[in-house]
Unconditional design. Structure first.
Length: 249
């Protein structure tokens, strides 16, 4: 029998997510909503930039994406990296229920991990407005979310039937506070569908804090973990400007 631990207040935590997750109480999290790094390769040559570029410096962390005019993180977030953080989650979850943004190449790794651990998975698509077209390949106007879950995590009943579509339509954030910031409305949808008021939402790759903002707006508690000082400061400042929704749970 699982002993359900109670997290009484929301927290932003600066530090290594694996270490922090290891210190969190067992069976205390209702939902994970997170946007880990994708697996874009480093560029070997000088990057060409146009007049409307949004990435103003070619650093070791960011790359320029010529399809969308946006910065992308330059990392290789491999299968081993994905398994490393996912392996921390079963101990934390009351029942496995997670929404994870990823790139196309990473979908098999998340799905494989889910199957290996006896969980179910579903693939959702965020369809973004069509941007600049390169007629040598399909447009980059879609991002993917893998939901990993188990029995007993059915979605909440909503009046709006569109909430249950596997295709999500939302404008990309125009004035981003961090390079890969996602629309708050998507995070709010997942939280509304998969938690009750007072539930606890974990984001181990917090970035600009969008998951925490969405949780706070909806009267849920959050645990947000970030290891980048600048991003952590952005998340802190965003949450200071958000009213706290009272919860009776």
């Amino acid at each position: 029998m699982r002993y359900i631990n109670t997290i009484k207040e929301s927290r932003l935590i600066f530090g290594d997510n694996l270490q922090v997750m290891d210190d969190l109480p067992a069976y205390s999290i209702d939902l994970i909503v997170t946007d880990p790094p994708y697996c874009f390769s480093k560029h070997n040559g000088k990057l060409e930039r146009g007049e409307n570029e949004k990435c103003h410096s070619n650093t070791s962390l960011y790359d320029y994406n010529d399809d969308t005019g946006e910065c992308r993180i330059k990392v290789q977030f491999t299968k081993a990296d994905i398994y490393k953080w996912l392996d921390m989650t079963p101990r934390l979850m009351k029942k496995m229920n997670a929404y994870i943004f990823c790139c196309e190449d990473q979908i098999p790794y998340y799905a494989e991990w889910a199957v290996e651990h006896g969980y179910k998975f579903a693939i959702l698509v965020w369809e973004k407005p069509l941007g600049i077209i390169n007629k040598k390949r399909f447009a980059q106007n879609a991002e993917f979310i893998v939901r990993i879950y188990e029995l007993g995590t059915g979605l909440n009943a909503m009046d709006d039937s569109e909430m249950y579509s596997r295709i999500l339509h939302a404008q990309a954030v125009r004035k981003k506070l961090t390079p890969t910031q996602k629309p708050c409305e998507i995070m709010e949808r997942f939280i509304r569908l998969s938690t009750r008021e007072g539930g606890v939402v974990l984001d181990p790759f917090l970035g600009s804090g969008t998951t925490a903002v969405a949780a706070q707006r909806l009267g849920r508690k959050y645990i947000g973990i970030e290891n980048n000082e600048k991003f952590y400061a952005v998340a802190e400042n965003r949450l200071k400007g958000e009213p706290i929704q009272a919860s009776f749970f």
